[in-house]
Design a protein around this ligand. Sequence first.
Ligand SMILES: [Zn+2]
Ligand SMILES: [Zn+2]
Length: 297
Amino acid sequence: MRHISLRSLTIIVLLLAHISVAGTPNRVTILYDSFGKNPSMTMDWGFAALVEYGGKRILFDTGNNAKSFEHNVKAAAVDLQKLDFVVMSHRHGDHMGGLAYLLKVNPTVKIYAPKERSGVYGDDQPSSTWYRKDPSLPAEQRYYSGAPPEIIHMGEAWPGANFQLIDKQTEIAPGMFLIALVSDLPGTLEVHELSLAIRTPDGLVLVVGCSHPGVEQIMQEASAIEPHIKILIGGLHQIQAADSEVERIAAALHDQYQLDRIAPGHCTGEPEFAALKKTFGDHYLYAGVGSVVDLAK
Ligand SMILES: [Zn+2]
Ligand SMILES: [Zn+2]
């Protein structure tokens, strides 16, 4: 057999990579939500979506219930064994309920999750700062008999899962960013939340879970990565907001942040759906469970 030079091998590999990237559609498939028009999908409160961009396949959240998540994943013919990574937006049950099914199908997949002190996704704390020491006590009254391990690991609710904890903005793949913010609103105080931002040639794609830190705060962080945000997909948490706030958010997204298109779902709320539809017109995309949002447009 003739030897293939390293250079021609590199060219072949690059060509193959190009073909597979070009052959994969850039889109977001909504796998979990409590509204929709696709009869093959189960409706339930919660959120999950498969994000496909540049040949990467990312699962964003897992919905509320493992059985319903499994049903919808199969109905949408999504192969959870073929994922590059998973993003868990935050620790609320309506986003984590399907983790049990995901881990059954793909137990080693890398899962990015917010780092919270002693949170459900686990945590590591240095023993030097975790607690104050008192050497005057007898050993049996001291933590770890006075000789603690360097790191104290706080257990996760899913032992063995491949969690990667994130507490600041991180580029997890070329052009793919996790925005990490904390809610300061009563009811969700100190909930840490991750949003996914993807740089594309014609602007940023932004996927959010519940927007508990505030959708404007998330938009602000996202605009620092890339001033033009071409689409916002996910929950805006306006379910109980008064009309004035509902209108204000719709106007801010459209006028202040000059968001091009919006595909709201989950906890965005019925009045906010109406306000956004009015404000964005044909730049409002329906994104109920089973919908496929085309990112190429
Ligand atoms: Zn939620
Ligand atoms: Zn939530």
